[in-house]
Design a protein around this ligand. Structure first.
Ligand code: NAD
Length: 496
């Protein structure tokens, strides 16, 4: 069955076959202890299409117990065998890419092209970390002649993964793949509005040869099962992606156990365009930076920091592009899909309404809309707010929607001050033809990644993560393994 056939079947029937509606614990789908269910909605139709288990503390307890047992065996499996199984996982994910992509669109609201990219990237994550499993070497250390010394990297044990709704498939894969490669086991909790792809992937990993109990998925409320996971002393590393407030809450719950944490908490990332940049390239970069995935990206380019001399040219082009942008059901591959939930749509609207009430200049968009073909769904118009001061809430707060805040500057120092002027520090981008300036500004930006003359550069191989309230720790790349390994130093006396 082609991806088009799967998409058309859903669009006609409103149903997806074989949706998992239970937790995945110890290698199998199991009903929740309460028997209660929650509904999942297709955001592009504002309509429920499936139900899934509302997890309880006892479900989370079972999942962690299964993961603890599995971790004890997995750490003894030869690294070359882990490598083989993870490569197999990548292959099985690719074989099921069409089903996973369609499911991701219906559950999250994103476009099919975006979901296909996410699934391909997820398979690639397993392949990349398969290659790492047998290369996690320590090093020998020179302590002189009295001792021989070396380090080893040991798996941390059971790892917990709290997954957001904007990238359900790829956030699952970017935590699970390095954890398994390092010899750890996994308990994952997907977001309330996007439970399915993690469940399906857990089943596929088992099919690929991942031993039972190694990857467990418990669905339900963050405030219940997520909190239970964060508090449990058996979890040795917690990888959290989501809002700053929940991240702080998770830190507090994990603190009594001194649990290791990786926090990916979002951002307000700037695209900085200097006077010598090509306005077309800047407008194109800024368009994709903010309107991809309806702006629901932690690293979205939600601020355009532009030199006053090219401001009008860039803005004219950007507004034209935004006005031409087509929204619609993700399975029809429009330019932009739906916002993930009604609650979140309300949050975006509240941010934009507040900007209107402050008298800010909304150059285009600014309203809730629907799929023009059906009149249904949770959509927000692509929105650009002009010439904002640094202290404006639309500049300082993460809106997490298709809303671009424009800031205008005069000098290079001014550009750096504005770009660094929020409490976040995830990524940044610099558009200029001057190599020296590109290097100076890249060094001056306080964030985890800078792209020059591009916005979405990067890949599985490149470490990703933030500074400040964007969180700490790095995922992807070789650095992504650090969270899942503990370094131990061993010395041997050379005396006989
Ligand atoms: P959230 O932080 O509440 O949810 C993220 C994850 O945390 C979900 O899996 C959720 O179930 C879980 N969670 C919620 N409460 C929890 C708790 N008490 N203990 C443990 N886990 C808990 O995010 P949200 O409410 O879905 O979205 C709100 C805002 O978060 C957005 O406006 C956006 O700014 C931000 N966000 C950021 C990202 C990102 O990629 N950094 C992703 C999603 C949301």
């Amino acid at each position: 069955m082609s991806v088009q056939h799967l998409a058309d079947t859903y669009l006609q029937s409103g149903q997806i076959d074989n949706l998992p509606d239970n937790h995945f614990i110890d290698g199998t789908f199991v009903a929740g202890s309460s028997g209660e269910k929650m509904e999942s909605f297709d955001p592009a139709r504002a309509e429920a299409f499936g139900s899934f288990a509302l997890g309880s503390a006892s479900d989370m307890d079972k999942a962690i117990a299964a993961a603890e047992k599995a971790a004890a065996s997995w750490r003894k499996v030869a690294p070359s065998e882990r490598c083989r199984i993870l490569n197999n996982a990548a292959r099985v994910l690719r074989e099921n890419a069409d089903q996973l992509s369609v499911l991701e669109v219906v559950d999250s609201g994103k476009t099919l092209a975006e979901a296909q990219g996410d699934v391909a990237g997820s398979a690639r994550l397993f392949e990349y970390y398969a290659g790492a499993a047998d290369k996690l070497d320590g090093r020998s250390v020179n302590l002189g002649t009295a001792n021989t010394a070396f380090t080893v990297r040991e798996p941390v044990g059971v790892t917990g993964h709290i997954i957001p709704w904007n990238y359900p498939t790829s956030t699952f894969a970017r935590g699970v793949a390095p954890a398994l490669a390092a010899g750890c086991s996994v308990v994952a909790k997907p977001a309330e509005t996007t439970p399915y792809t993690a469940l399906v992937m857990a089943g596929l990993l088992t099919e690929a040869g991942v031993p039972e109990g190694l990857v467990n998925v418990v669905t339900g409320l963050g405030s219940e099962v997520g909190a239970q996971m964060a508090k449990d002393p058996r979890i040795k590393q917690l990888t959290f992606t989501g809002s700053v407030n929940t991240g702080v809450n998770v830190m507090q719950m994990a603190a009594p156990n001194v649990t290791r944490l990786t926090l990916e908490l979002g951002g307000k990332s700037p695209l900085v365009a200097f006077e010598d940049a090509d306005p077309e390239a800047v407008a194109d970069g800024a368009y994709w930076a903010i309107f991809s995935n309806s702006g629901q990206i932690c690293s979205a380019g939600s601020r355009l920091v532009v030199h006053k001399s090219i401001r009008d040219d860039v803005i004219d082009l950007l507004v034209q592009k935004a006005k031409a942008l087509k929204v619609g059901h993700g399975l029809k591959n429009p330019d932009m899909g739906a916002v993930n939930s009604e609650v979140h749509l309300g949050r975006i609207k509240a941010h934009v309404d507040a900007a209107k009430a402050r008298g800010r200049d909304i150059l285009t968009g600014g309203n809730i809309t629907t799929d023009p073909e059906t009149g249904l769904g949770w959509f927000f118009e692509p929105t650009i707010i002009a010439d904002l001061p640094l202290d404006d809430p639309a500049v300082q707060e993460e809106i997490f929607g298709p809303v671009l805040a424009v800031q205008v500057f005069d000098t290079e120092d001014d550009a750096i001050r504005l770009a660094n002027g929020t409490e976040f520090g995830l990524i940044g981008s610099v558009y200029t033809r001057d190599v020296g300036r590109a290097m100076r500004v890249s060094q001056a930006l306080d964030c985890g990644q800078v792209s020059v003359n591009d916005y979405w550069a990067g890949g599985i191989e490149l470490p990703f993560g933030g500074n400040g309230k964007s969180g700490y720790g790095r995922e992807k790349g070789w650095e992504g393994l650090d969270a899942y390994t503990k370094v131990k130093s061993i010395t041997i006396s050379n005396a006989s």
